[in-house]
Design a protein around this ligand. Structure first.
Ligand SMILES: NC(=O)c1ccc[n+]([C@@H]2O[C@H](COP(=O)([O-])OP(=O)(O)OC[C@H]3O[C@@H](n4cnc5c(N)ncnc54)[C@H](O)[C@@H]3O)[C@@H](O)[C@H]2O)c1
Ligand SMILES: [Zn+2]
Ligand SMILES: [Zn+2]
Length: 384
């Protein structure tokens, strides 16, 4: 099969690799029709993780079931399914509690809870930027989509990661109706946090970034864009929230947060959140931070440490929640919001490309080139 393979820093190739296949009785084999490039792929693409060369990338996957193992009961050949980016067993102590991002079974490394497709340190599973994907624990991991999803794949594929992850940011931040929310990052995840906040009837949603195309997408769903290359973002938010700050904050950038000039500061968005969220407010961090980052220009962060403004955070009585999204906890309900037309997450999609153009897609999305807001790949041709 053809697949997008990590070849080294800032290099991916589209190569012939052995076909994905059923390896255990609980697996399904899915013919991938729609799969996305994610900001999380870029951390690996840029060589900032220890991903082995030769690994197949892709954790935001949708397709048709073409084969099931003999222990698969619920999922049938022909079903159109979307898989959470998390690979999880469904029966371990954490999965039982809905904490599928921290599955105790799916990752063979006994020191790491949680697994994902095509991801550094998240188990041996290959990704779905390929013609075929092996889905472990298929009955648990496949979300069966309604028939109309066939024609709306760019909406439904967002259930694999960014829509639930944006929702998770607002859950961690405990956003409630009528509240004000500030979101750092207008990438696909930040935009989904803005969408989720509006779905939860937030009264005002601020989105901070410096890319006009991304800020425009935030504005399109009624959020207030703040361009931090033109104004100081914390002051801009305080000015519009009676001087006290927003009720809730979402971090949707991660450890490669940088200033508008491009210099990385892994503490920048975290400390901006502490300053732009009110006393006793809460913050959800879904942007990725790593235990080690030898490639960081910041000496502290090479060991995963961040100069966090803990004193002010404590003084303001704020709380924070963070980590990978438990996609299974939300994907079914968010699917219904798509089905009834209440949510149309495909508004962030800028490009739909064949698999062969994945290298260009990676390059442009990685540069955050104007107009490249979310790239969707179709490994088996353009769906109807
Ligand atoms: N927790 C999870 O389960 C989960 C799931 C998916 C993605 N992620 C992570 O979420 C983060 C965002 O993903 P994405 O796909 O939106 O990626 P992205 O890289 O396209 O978007 C990040 C955005 O942040 C902006 N930015 C950079 N520094 C900033 C700053 N100081 N202030 C404000 N904005 C700033 C960039 O201009 C960019 O538009 C990544 O770290 C990704 O790995 C986490
Ligand atoms: Zn993703
Ligand atoms: Zn589990």
């Amino acid at each position: 099969m053809r697949a997008v393979v990590y070849e080294g820093p800032r290099t991916v190739g589209v190569e012939e690799v052995p076909d994905a296949r059923i390896e255990r009785a609980t697996d399904a084999l899915v013919r991938i029709t729609t799969t996305n490039i994610c900001g999380s792929d870029l951390h690996m693409y840029e060589g900032r993780t220890d991903l082995d060369t030769g690994r197949v990338l892709g954790h935001e996957n949708l397709g048709e079931v073409v084969e099931v193992g003999e222990a698969v009961d619920r999922v049938k050949v022909g079903d159109l399914v979307c898989m959470p980016f998390n690979v999880s067993c469904g029966f371990c102590e954490n999965c039982e509690k809905g904490l599928t991002a921290f599955c105790l079974i799916a990752n063979p490394d006994p020191n790491i809870a949680g697994a994902a497709y095509g991801f550094a340190d998240m188990g041996p599973y290959n990704g779905g930027q390929a013609e075929l994907l092996r889905v472990p624990y298929a009955d648990f991991n496949c979300l069966i989509l309604p028939p109309e999803a066939e024609e709306r794949q760019t909406d439904y594929v967002m259930l694999a990661d960014i829509f639930p992850t944006g929702w998770h940011a607002t859950e961690l931040a405990r956003v409630r109706a009528g509240e004000t929310v500030v979101i750092y990052g207008a990438g696909p995840v930040g935009l989904m946090a803005a969408l989720s906040s509006t779905l939860k009837s937030a009264s005002k949603v601020f989105v901070v970034d410096r890319h006009p195309d991304r800020l425009k997408l935030a504005e399109e769903i009624g959020a207030i864009p703040i361009d931090d290359s033109k104004v100081a973002p914390v002051e801009a938010i305080l000015d519009q929230t009676d001087g006290m700050g927003a009720d809730r904050g979402c971090e949707c950038v991660g450890y490669q947060a940088h200033d508008p000039e491009g210099h990385e500061h892994p503490n920048l968005t975290l400390n901006n959140l502490v300053r732009s969220v009110r006393f006793a407010g809460s913050i959800g961090v879904v942007g990725v931070y790593l235990p080690q980052d030898p490639g960081s220009p910041d000496p502290l962060y090479k060991e995963g440490e961040v100069a966090f403004d803990y004193g002010l955070f404590w003084f303001k009585g704020q709380s924070v929640g963070n980590g990978q999204c438990n996609v299974k906890a939300y994907n079914r309900e968010l699917m219904r919001l798509i089905h009834t037309g209440r949510a149309r997450p495909s508004w962030v999609v800028s490009h739909e490309l064949p698999l062969g153009e994945a290298p260009e897609g990676y390059e442009h999305f990685d540069h955050r080139d104007p107009g490249w807001t979310k790239v969707v790949l179709h490994p088996n041709g353009q769906p109807r």
